[in-house]
Ligand binder design. Sequence first.
Ligand SMILES: CC(=O)N[C@H]1[C@@H](OP(=O)(O)OP(=O)(O)OC[C@H]2O[C@@H](n3ccc(=O)[nH]c3=O)[C@H](O)[C@@H]2O)O[C@H](CO)[C@@H](O)[C@@H]1O[C@H](C)C(=O)N[C@@H](C)C(=O)N[C@H](CCC(=O)O)C(=O)O
Ligand SMILES: Nc1ncnc2c1ncn2[C@@H]1O[C@H](COP(=O)(O)OP(=O)(O)OP(=O)(O)O)[C@@H](O)[C@H]1O
Ligand SMILES: N[C@H](CCC[C@H](N)C(=O)O)C(=O)O
Ligand SMILES: [Mg+2]
Length: 475
Amino acid sequence: MRLGQLLTDLDGAAAEQTVTGFAIDHRKIAPGTVFGAFQGAAFNGEDFIDEAIAAGAIAIVARPEAKVSGAVHIADAVPRRLFAQLAARYFRPFPQHIAAVTGTNGKTSTAELTRQLWRMAGHHAASIGTLGITTASDQAKTGLTTPDIVTFLSNMAGLSREGVTHTIFEASSHGLSQYRSEGVPVSVAAFTNLSRDHLDYHGTMEEYFEAKMRLFDEVVDENGTAVIWADDIWSDKVIERVKKREIRLITVGEKGKGIQLLSRQPTQLGQTLELRIQGDVTKVKLPLIGAYQAANVLVAAGVVMASGGDVEDVLSHMARLQPVRGRLERAVITKSGAPVYVDYAHTPDGLKAVIAALRPHTKGKLITVFGAGGDRDKGKRPEMGAIAVADSDITIVTDDNPRSEDPGLIRADIMAGAPGAHDIGDRRYAIAFAIEHAEPDDIVLIAGKGHEQGQIIMGRVLPFDDVEVARECAA
Ligand SMILES: CC(=O)N[C@H]1[C@@H](OP(=O)(O)OP(=O)(O)OC[C@H]2O[C@@H](n3ccc(=O)[nH]c3=O)[C@H](O)[C@@H]2O)O[C@H](CO)[C@@H](O)[C@@H]1O[C@H](C)C(=O)N[C@@H](C)C(=O)N[C@H](CCC(=O)O)C(=O)O
Ligand SMILES: Nc1ncnc2c1ncn2[C@@H]1O[C@H](COP(=O)(O)OP(=O)(O)OP(=O)(O)O)[C@@H](O)[C@H]1O
Ligand SMILES: N[C@H](CCC[C@H](N)C(=O)O)C(=O)O
Ligand SMILES: [Mg+2]
């Protein structure tokens, strides 16, 4: 592709240059690259423009006030957005059906469940999110929930070349506010819920909400569909926004009009859902426990229906869904007979929801092990502590990715809201303690890390897998 094909108002020799790629990191530039120089949280990308040009960048997408000499300056007040639009023209084609899911909790689960439902319907499907880039045969890590724009677009195009026709991605609030997932045609946008998280980055709940709303205001296509979980306290506000944009709307949940949840009956290994869809009432036996897993399944079903899925098929496929890695995953049963669950709950709302999901299955005591990440929202710590001690019988506060912070101080922030909890920093000892104290009718919950494979301490990642450690401690 010539630069003149990307920028139609360009002429002369500059227009004839061949574009060989796009980069947002100056260390990834080869001759012919278009470089996006953005102001970030840690660096100002504009500081690397000269080095980028020296390395062969032929055009720089940056603010009008940035200094560019020796390459074409593609100026825009919102350079991340323009960069995404240009890069999308370079990387396409993309899968025909692209959906996005946002919300504080449930994005990964909903994305995975959607991928499974599409696959059961015979489609070549993929998901992009916290677990990485997942297809039926492969999983590749990206390190972020919403990868950077170049990784995002190049992988979308790569999936399309592999024959993937249906893709769902997780739109995190960071990703949305940094235009990390733009440029692809998004035909379905879904919302799960909103509760406290990432206030270190967004400041207030209102700003956090606004960041998420970009998905519905700008990212989803004009003739696309919004699938909204109707029972969250923020749902009505989201629905209002969707109506203003006049895109198609499917609501799901007890208040849902597209898929209405009439009742939910827990069974030993799952739950029976009674649903009303298009006027018909049906029962579905779901092989997953907990109200929130049912919620995520219904949002996933809404996404599949919005992308043309057959209702009867969706309903029958629901009964064959597999659990999502690290989400209410049963790791082991202790020698005394107590099941040990690993879950990725890392927000106050998530912790409350996972304990509520396990409570109906607990005849004895519920023992909760959890912590909170360093260099992330501090306000959630005492809130999580308070929920854990109020809703479980034994609480153990431990470390979860302290990053650059003093782990003892993070635990002290949690303990301030958790009187009576045990404070055991070493996560392995904390898990061992919980398993040792579990009696036959008890349940152990290890929350916060889910699928994660490491403990991040001062820039180093020490191997750590909650499921594996639980199995070792129970052996
Ligand atoms: C706060 C945040 O979101 N940071 C992400 C963001 O950084 P940024 O745009 O602020 O970039 P920066 O590091 O300040 O650098 C500015 C620019 O200079 C460039 N640069 C920088 C250094 C250099 O030597 N050369 C160079 O060209 C950078 O590529 C960047 O374009 O963009 C970077 C590149 O895409 C990400 O690596 C980085 O993720 C950091 C590591 C991170 O921890 N992010 C977390 C908080 C995150 O994004 N989480 C969300 C939400 C998770 C959830 O679902 O709850 C996620 O989507 O994963
Ligand atoms: N619909 C829901 N409502 C409340 N809590 C939920 C819901 N779905 C999941 N959770 C809780 O949140 C945890 C994380 O779920 P999941 O990974 O699906 O969310 P996520 O939005 O992708 O999270 P992240 O923002 O870290 O990517 C689960 O392990 C569970 O404890
Ligand atoms: N165990 C994790 C969960 C974090 C979830 C992640 N999505 C984020 O907040 O960035 C931690 O706090 O490190
Ligand atoms: Mg996720």
